[in-house]
Design a protein around this ligand. Structure first.
Ligand code: ZN
Length: 210
């Protein structure tokens, strides 16, 4: 099986596609955010080192991230990287650990990202999650389970989302250029309905379809 990378802004549906590819084709879904949280919770050597940076409000260095990824992927294939690599140094380091054959770039414009993510609501009482566009509550902005008035999280405010989008664009440009130069980047229009985006992803993956 191929090793894949999913690139794309928040709200482009990376998580949804990754879950389906893992469930239906057997890919090993690796998100560095999850790995970091796990290593820190486990109190491993690498986790302790990473925590020191995180506690100081600093980015965890590329070598440390790469060491964690290496532990997980040694001798495996069919790995689906989600949220990794973030930097060119990570991308180059990954070549040594687990060469990637395909990079799927989920493209979505800023306004659509802001519209999708600012429609998120959460119940302050029970924590249930809603999206006014894709999974609205039955009653206008009230929680289905407890009836509480739904709220918008600080992170889901349009100005915060617009800033995250800007950071994503800045960070992803060198990666997109790098993988395009290698001839393994495929662009997918993530503004289409999720089922169509998934079908396009399957088509790009090609050989690995069961
Ligand atoms: Zn509730």
């Amino acid at each position: 099986m191929k090793n894949l990378i999913l690139l794309g802004p928040p709200g482009a549906g990376k998580g949804t596609i990754a879950k389906r590819l893992a469930a239906e084709l057997g890919y090993l879904h690796l998100s560095t955010g999850d790995i970091l949280r796990e290593e820190v919770a486990r109190g491993s050597e690498l986790g302790k080192k990473a925590k020191a940076y995180m506690d100081a409000g600093e980015l965890v260095p590329d070598e440390l991230i790469l060491a964690m990824v290496k532990e997980r992927v040694a001798g495996k294939d069919g790995i689906l990287f989600d949220g990794f690599p973030r930097t060119l140094a990570q991308a180059r380091g990954l070549e040594e650990i687990a060469p990637v054959q395909l990079v799927l770039l989920l493209e979505l414009d800023r306004d659509t990202v802001v519209r999708r993510l600012s429609a998120r609501r959460v119940c302050p009482q029970c924590g249930a999650l809603y999206n006014l566009i894709t999974s609205p509550p039955k009653e206008d902005e009230r929680c289905d389970s407890c009836g509480e008035k739904l709220i918008q999280r600080e992170d889901d405010r349009p100005e915060v989302i617009a800033r995250r989008f800007q950071v994503y664009m800045r960070d992803s440009v060198p990666l997109v250029d790098y993988y395009q130069g290698k001839g393994i980047l495929v662009r997918l229009d993530a503004a289409r309905p999720p089922g169509e985006v998934y079908a396009a992803a399957l088509h790009a993956i090609g050989d690995d379809r069961p």
